[in-house]
Design a protein around this ligand. Structure first.
Ligand code: PHE
Length: 445
């Protein structure tokens, strides 16, 4: 991400941004949240938020990036000196996410090796995953491997390579996800789960649903952490901003939607009516998918290929997280890239240890009723990101004014959603963000 050469085409830009957006958030996080927060009602709330908030915020970030040509730490300051703190706050988010993202990346690595070595069937047993994350050595080793691979890629500076690879991978992942989702629906008993996933049950609606959906939106679309600002800074002035944002959003949302079908209906199929598994949380994907593969003809091979793709999708996202952290450190402390990398690796590994051991050795330690991993996830997605989002709205709505954004968008085409955008930025989004923050803080969630 360091080279300022820019993206060669609109498609290149859209796919690269989608490469950052599509990752564990879609495949791992979205399904367990949808399962937990009422299925259809969560999906509905998420979709409404995606076309309103998601669209507004992503458009804002990419536009700020393209306008200033800077990364997040400098972009806000360039538009108004007093507000450079928003950039710093945003930069804090990947610092928190990166370590625990790698813990999940480690889990994926473990499953990948398991399926690739023909042991996938054993993962279909109920206790398998719990047994794995309950250990001390294995989760740490796989965390280490995943972090090390991420670091090697950053050190080699082959972001371009990874970018190119993800152009091939993303469509492959999409095809696989659709295939597995369609298969999942054919498992006897899956239909009840499909209905649960699609049909909104309004009695399950609460502020928690909205808070969780909003946190997911930020996470999945890589918003409120400066990533989209950086990507926007590489975008050419001729590319249609509004249209590109819509495409990134649609891609990201479709993958999440399909991942939900891949995981939620099988819960109903494999649980004999006991749906307590819906509440499983962060471990859900790793418990359900092996069962789907075990029941599928050729499932071991499909499983192996699938986990390779998830691994690579996670890797492209973790690379973008680490690169962001690195660029902030380099800008501020003027240290060499290699030294910065090693420092991040060591510090992030240390921070990740409690998250990796939170389901075994440290399972008795809970922060605000959450495991370490859940806690870090909560702090970044439900507290820090809404704060950054709120400041961004105030900044654009009242300080630099929506006209500043409009001007940039108009360079490459007429701003079609101008009215919606202005109302969202000035009134709806800030009020909403405050409600989310307050309800997160008073422990509503
Ligand atoms: N959006 C990514 C996902 O869905 C996560 C991510 C967040 C990636 C921030 C990069 C930066 O997995």
């Amino acid at each position: 991400m360091e080279n300022k050469s820019g993206f060669s085409s609109r498609l290149g830009f859209v796919l690269a941004a989608a490469g950052s957006a599509v990752g564990l958030g879609n495949l791992w996080r979205f399904p367990y949240l949808a399962a937990k927060y009422g299925g259809g009602i969560f999906l509905l709330v998420y979709l409404i938020l995606a076309v309103t908030f998601g669209f507004t915020l992503m458009l804002t970030e990419i536009t700020i990036g393209r306008k200033t040509g800077k990364s997040c730490v400098d972009a806000f300051g360039m538009l108004n000196k007093k507000f450079s703190f928003i950039g710093y706050l945003a930069a804090l988010v990947p610092i928190i996410i990166f370590p625990y993202y790698c813990v999940i990346g480690g889990w994926v690595t473990k499953f990948l090796t398991l399926f690739a070595t023909g042991g996938g069937k054993s993962a279909a047993a109920d206790e398998y995953f719990g047994g794995f994350i309950g250990q001390t050595g294995q989760p740490l080793v796989f965390l280490g491997i995943f972090m090390a691979v991420t670091t090697v890629i950053i050190l080699a500076g082959v972001q371009n390579g990874i970018e190119k690879v993800s152009k091939v991978l993303m469509p492959m992942l999409a095809v696989m996800t659709v295939g597995i989702a369609v298969y999942a629906l054919t498992i006897p008993g899956a239909m009840d789960g499909f209905v649960y996933y699609l049909k909104p049950n309004f009695s399950m609606f609460s502020i928690k649903t909205v808070v969780a959906a909003m946190g997911q939106l930020f996470y999945s679309m890589s918003l409120a952490m400066g990533i989209m600002i950086t990507y926007g800074s590489y975008m050419s002035k001729e590319n249609d901003l509004e249209g590109s944002v819509r495409q990134i959003e649609i891609f990201d949302t479709c993958i999440a939607f399909m991942a939900g079908i891949m995981i939620i209906p099988p819960i109903f199929a494999f649980s004999n009516g006991d749906t307590s598994m819906l509440q499983q949380g962060p471990t859900l994907m790793f418990v359900i998918l092996p069962k789907v593969f075990a029941s599928m003809p050729g499932g071991q091979i499909v499983g192996a290929v699938f986990f390779v793709l998830v691994f690579l999708a996670a890797l492209t996202s973790s690379v973008s997280l680490m690169e962001t952290v690195l660029s902030v450190i380099q800008d501020k402390f003027h240290i060499k890239r290699t030294i910065g990398c090693i420092l991040i690796l060591i510090i992030s590994f240390l921070i990740a240890i409690p998250s990796a051991l939170g389901y075994g050795e440290l399972s008795s330690v809970q922060i605000l009723g959450r495991s370490f991993l859940d806690f870090f996830d909560f702090i970044s997605n439900n507290i820090l990101m809404p704060i950054v989002g709120l400041f961004t709205c105030i900044f654009v709505g009242y300080i630099v004014k929506p006209a500043c954004i409009e001007e940039e968008i108009n360079i490459s085409g007429k701003f079609k959603s101008k009215k919606l955008y202005t109302v969202m930025m000035k009134y709806v989004a800030p009020v909403f963000m405050v409600i989310i923050l307050v309800s997160s803080l008073v422990g509503y969630v």
